[in-house]
Design a binder for this molecule. Structure first.
Ligand SMILES: *[C@@H]1O[C@H](CO)[C@@H](O)[C@H](O)[C@H]1NC(C)=O
Ligand SMILES: *[C@@H]1O[C@H](CO)[C@@H](O)[C@H](O)[C@H]1NC(C)=O
Ligand SMILES: *[C@@H]1O[C@H](CO)[C@@H](O)[C@H](O)[C@H]1NC(C)=O
Length: 272
């Protein structure tokens, strides 16, 4: 009984000041770190948050959007991105949130207009991306951990012709960079010669990677240009590839139909 009381008090304290609390969006329900079910006013109303579904057949490889997820060249994370201008507690009939976040936040896709202005002006936005490329058989490969993705690394990976979708798992996953608030420029990505090698020697049209950019920071624009120039390759960035065995899956990635946007948050899953 005493233990239960202590736990209740401890949990109540935790719940009143959650790390992610903001005035307009008090907490993200269900993300409290400790098991505070006893002190929950709503009894057993605790949502289940999953990474896999249907006994492991469906694997979610998208990151959850949180205030602490990393943001490009920022040390503070993305910060508040949801507001609740209409809430039931304020007398509205329903809760209606609003959100504001950069189109290249979290797990997201790049359209050709991202780095090539004439494509942007001609309207090659995320709404024009080929859903056939974004959905189909895919290979998840482990990249050697001691290098960025160079031509040499691509040659070494020896990905057969005919493979059209590849998700590259790198040191970024081991370092859990997507779970760190501080943007890290030392992330692993494609060097220009690696991107060029992929374009010239493989049939890969979907390139997926496990941090915010497929291109290494030092070759940021050159690698993007090599990939996006042909308007055939689709780049999916910041995938969550932890705890998934390397191998062949079916990937499903669906961007939002954001007219005029050169990037979009995307939900990606793997199916066995
Ligand atoms: C309720 O309304 C007030 C005043 O409009 C606003 O400042 C506050 O953020 C709202 N609270 C919630 C939880 O939506
Ligand atoms: C409605 O908004 C309030 C905050 O004003 C929140 O506590 C509550 O969980 C929301 N209800 C639903 C059904 O989302
Ligand atoms: C990859 O390149 C970045 C610069 O873009 C560098 O900081 C990092 O050390 C390199 N990583 C490896 C494993 O060589």
């Amino acid at each position: 009984m005493a233990y239960r009381l202590i736990l209740l008090l401890f949990c109540a304290a935790l719940l009143t000041i959650p790390a992610t609390a903001t005035n307009a969006y008090p907490s993200v329900p269900g993300t409290e770190t400790s098991d505070c079910s006893l002190s929950d006013n709503y009894g057993d109303l605790i949502p289940v948050r999953r990474e896999v579904y249907d006994g492991g057949r469906i694997i979610d490889i998208s990151h959850r959007y949180t205030t602490d997820m990393p943001s490009w060249e920022s040390s503070d994370g993305i910060g508040q991105f949801l507001w609740l201008p209409k809430s039931m507690k304020n007398g509205s009939l329903a809760n209606n949130s609003e959100m504001k976040l950069p189109a290249h936040t979290g797990t997201h896709v790049d359209a050709p207009g991202h780095v090539i202005d004439r494509y942007f002006d001609s309207g090659f936005d995320v709404d024009t991306l080929d859903l056939e490329v974004l959905n189909g058989p895919a290979l998840l490969v482990d990249v050697p951990r001691d290098k960025n993705i160079t031509a040499e690394v691509m040659k070494f990976l020896n990905i057969p012709r005919g493979v059209r979708r590849v998700l590259f798992r790198t040191l970024n996953t081991d370092k859990r960079l997507m779970f760190k608030k501080e943007f890290d420029t030392s992330y692993v990505g494609f060097m220009k010669d690696g991107a060029k090698w992929l374009v010239e020697n493989t049939d890969i049209k979907l390139v997926g990677i496990d941090y915010l950019s497929v291109a290494a920071f030092d070759d940021l624009i050159p690698s993007h240009l090599v990939f996006l120039e042909g308007r055939e390759i689709i780049l999916v960035e910041a995938l969550k590839l932890d705890d998934v065995a390397a191998g062949i899956y079916t990937v499903h990635c669906l961007p939002l139909r954001l007219f005029g946007a050169e990037g979009s948050p995307i939900r990606c899953i793997l199916m066995k």
